[in-house]
Design a protein around this ligand. Structure first.
Ligand code: TTP
Ligand code: MG
Length: 355
């Protein structure tokens, strides 16, 4: 039975820009850092992707691949506004009995409850188009893993329903990299064993997998068979907030990096406060001059909220970075978000008592 719906907006930041400025429709729009800076591409319209432009690519390279590209800066607050509008549409479609789990600014899972998932999914796609003028790709499948892969398989402007009988035709041809949790490192390890696709992963020698991957082997096999029993979460807010910067010139001294982290901590504290949230995990991300990218996280039993608390946690995580080379990009992310307790009930209202 197809139960879970995955929704992900097509070329989200670029699509919002083109919606706000109709003259950009159908053009190669590239949102991100300026091509004469050392910034990176946040996203590109599908027209720009035809030239090879991709998220996270240096903007300079994007300009080389697509000289006619229209480069625009990131307007995050605008995208968050549209994101909220989309979440509201999803909630309305899920109804009282269903629920919505946003996973990023443009992506969410919907559990339609007892409602007909395909029917709810159709309504979601149509309402997003009608109310925002934007295109969502939607996947419907028996679980979250398959719903996401179904949605991705139809991009852009996708609507893909995967029943039990379609699971193999969806999964088998996929590169192992498409499975969640398989990053470049694990994909590299698998490639050494001659495993590139899900079909190859399924038919791989189990002993060999266990020897090479240890405990991860069992998890990978479950993914390869499309097994996933994670429920759609009921938390209604974003799972993480983050900010990062690419330096104009690689930075060697750690004081500059620490200052940047303090700045980020203050910014994130303000954003957490606006959403009335606290965070339990703080992650520092660093990309070195050679593009090696690492992250170090600190998780606390008690949640953090102030700029000072976040800065201290960031500092701790930063100290765990062993490599001391020049840094191209630094970022800070908070996750494990929880709602702030309501303030103590105000018992007395002193207004009107003079003063
Ligand atoms: P995605 O959903 O990954 O990408 P997308 O919506 O632009 O395109 P599509 O889903 O059709 O493939 O990310 C959502 C937004 O998040 C994206 O519009 C911009 C931002 N983003 C970045 O800023 N940096 C990144 O590296 C990625 C992947 C996304
Ligand atoms: Mg998207």
């Amino acid at each position: 039975m197809s139960r879970i719906i995955h929704v992900d907006m097509d070329a989200f930041f670029a699509a919002v820009e083109a919606r706000d400025r109709p003259e950009l429709a159908g053009k190669p729009v590239i949102v991100g850092g300026h091509p004469r800076s050392r910034g990176v591409v946040s996203t590109a319209s599908y027209e720009a992707r035809r030239f090879g432009v991709r998220s996270a690519m240096p903007s300079r390279e994007a300009e080389r691949l697509c000289p006619q590209g229209i480069f625009l800066p990131v307007r995050m607050s605008r995208y968050i506004e549209v994101s909220r509008q989309i979440i509201d549409i999803l909630r309305a479609a899920a109804g009282e009995a269903g629920h919505v789990e946003p996973v990023s600014v443009d992506e969410a899972y919907v559990d339609p409850g007892p409602g007909d998932a395909v029917e709810v999914a159709r309504r979601i796609k149509a309402e997003i188009r009608r109310q925002t003028g934007l295109v969502a790709s939607v996947g419907v499948a028996p679980n979250k893993l398959l719903a996401k892969l179904a949605g991705e398989s139809g991009k852009p402007d996708g609507f893909t329903v995967v029943g039990e009988e379609d699971v193999d035709s969806l999964l088998l041809p996929l590169p192992v990299r498409s499975l969640p949790g398989i990053g470049p490192k694990t994909a590299g390890e698998l490639a050494m064993l001659g495993i590139r696709t899900v079909a190859e992963l399924r038919s791989a020698d189990r002993r060999l997998l266990e020897v090479s991957l240890g405990r991860r082997a069992a998890d990978l096999l479950r993914l390869a068979y499309g097994e996933d029993d994670r429920p759609v979460g009921r938390s209604t807010e974003l799972k993480s907030l983050g900010t990062e910067t690419t330096f104009d010139e690689d930075v060697g001294d750690s004081e500059t990096l620490r200052d940047k982290l303090k700045e980020f901590a203050a910014d994130l504290a303000a954003r957490l406060a606006k959403s009335r949230l606290r965070a339990r995990t703080v992650t520092v991300k660093i990309r070195f001059a050679d593009f090696q990218t690492i992250s170090r996280s600190q998780t606390y039993p008690r949640s953090l909220a102030t700029g000072r608390e976040l800065a201290e946690a960031a500092e701790k995580a930063f100290r765990r970075v062993e490599r001391r080379d020049r840094v191209r990009l630094i970022g800070l992310q908070v996750s494990g978000l929880t709602e702030r307790p309501e303030p103590e009930q105000v018992k007395f209202d002193f207004r009107g008592q003079g003063g």
